[in-house]
Design a protein. Structure first.
Length: 340
């Protein structure tokens, strides 16, 4: 694709700053938005106070935290709503006071279930852009040490979800006392000699780098990974939900405590506006885009019917809310802030 609208400096900067998404190869489709993303990412700014990057809440009797692992400025297209017509996308964004460049958040869920500190994914660690990989200081600010984590449920093996399992410099495991749980199908897919990446709409150079990184982390973590399948009862209060499409073995999770349930949809949807109004709009990293849309509808239907609160890895922080059906589809209703 043509990226001549960007200066060589900006192309290099975007590759460096946004390497996790491989966006530079797409920039010919949205060069002005790309320039804005570069400026936003490169502008000097103080790192946020880790104490300001988590939110405590409750799921019934369980204490839970939203831990923000960072953010990445990126053009909405072509990474998100990849197939959306430009005019329709602009109309939806304007109707919701959204800009063509978004600061995509990276959110991780931490829950204490009957004394067990459980993480759902481990963040990006040091394998990504400089604005991502802040999970550890944020978690410590919330009062939880890495040594206290006893279980990590891996939703899928993209780098922003498993990179934090391994220290990027020492290559040692970060959570020494944790067991890892992962879908057998997901593990087999990523560790195959030649994973089928034909459905990804990402640059080849990014895909090859991603595969290398993922396999490095999984090979290091393999001795501690327990393979699981949808429906397995690994820990009381956690339901494992098959949610393929974004990746072949993508999990969603229903966490229940007392009389409340939280539905963690992880990467079944990446935007709290676009993918509610248009279920068929997908993102470039979906391995099977059509299946991702089907999975998204199933999860939205469940959440709307049960009136369960949901959480997602990339919705606007703190990424908690509800799904409501309307005349044209669905809408996301942000959770009301509480002080207790």
């Amino acid at each position: 694709m043509n990226t001549t609208h960007l200066s060589p400096l900006h192309r290099r900067e975007l590759l460096r700053l946004l390497g996790l998404g491989g966006l530079a190869a797409f920039l010919g489709r949205n060069a002005s938005a790309a320039e804005q993303a570069v400026a936003a990412a490169a502008a000097p700014a103080e790192a946020p106070n880790p104490a300001a990057c988590y939110r405590r809440f409750h799921i019934g009797d369980a204490t839970a935290y939203v831990l923000n692992d960072g953010y990445m400025p990126m053009p909405i297209q072509p990474m998100l709503a990849t197939e959306a017509p430009a005019e329709e996308l602009a109309k939806v964004l304007a109707a919701h006071f959204q800009k063509p460049v978004a600061e995509m958040p990276f959110n991780v869920l931490l829950v204490n279930l009957r004394g067990e500190w459980v993480l759902f994914d481990a963040g990006a660690g040091g394998f990504s852009a400089p604005t991502i990989g802040r999970l550890l200081p944020v978690m410590v600010a919330a009062g939880v040490q890495p040594e206290q984590i006893t279980g990590i449920f891996i939703s899928h093996a993209h780098s922003d979800h498993i990179g934090g399992l391994v220290d990027a410099k020492t290559k040692e495991l970060v959570f020494p006392h944790a067991k890892y749980f992962m879908h057998q199908r997901e593990f087999d897919y990523w560790t195959a000699p030649s994973p089928d990446v034909s459905g990804l709409r990402l640059p080849k150079e990014f895909i090859s780098g991603m595969l290398e990184m993922v396999q490095t982390v999984l090979n290091k973590a393999k001795p501690k990974i327990q393979m699981i399948a949808p429906g397995d009862r690994v820990l009381e209060g956690i339901e494992l939900i098959d949610a393929p499409g974004h990746t072949p073995g993508h999990f969603a999770f229903a966490i229940t405590s007392g009389n409340e349930q939280l539905l963690h949809i992880v990467d079944a949807a990446h935007h709290e506006v676009l993918m509610f109004e248009h279920l068929d709009w997908t993102m470039a990293g979906d391995s099977t885009p059509a299946l991702a849309s089907v999975t998204r509808k199933k999860l939205f239907d469940r959440a709307a019917a049960d009136r369960s609160r949901i959480f997602a890895a990339h919705f606007a922080y703190p990424a908690l809310g509800y799904v409501r059906k309307n005349d044209t589809g669905y809408e996301f209703v942000h959770d009301r802030w509480t002080w207790t």
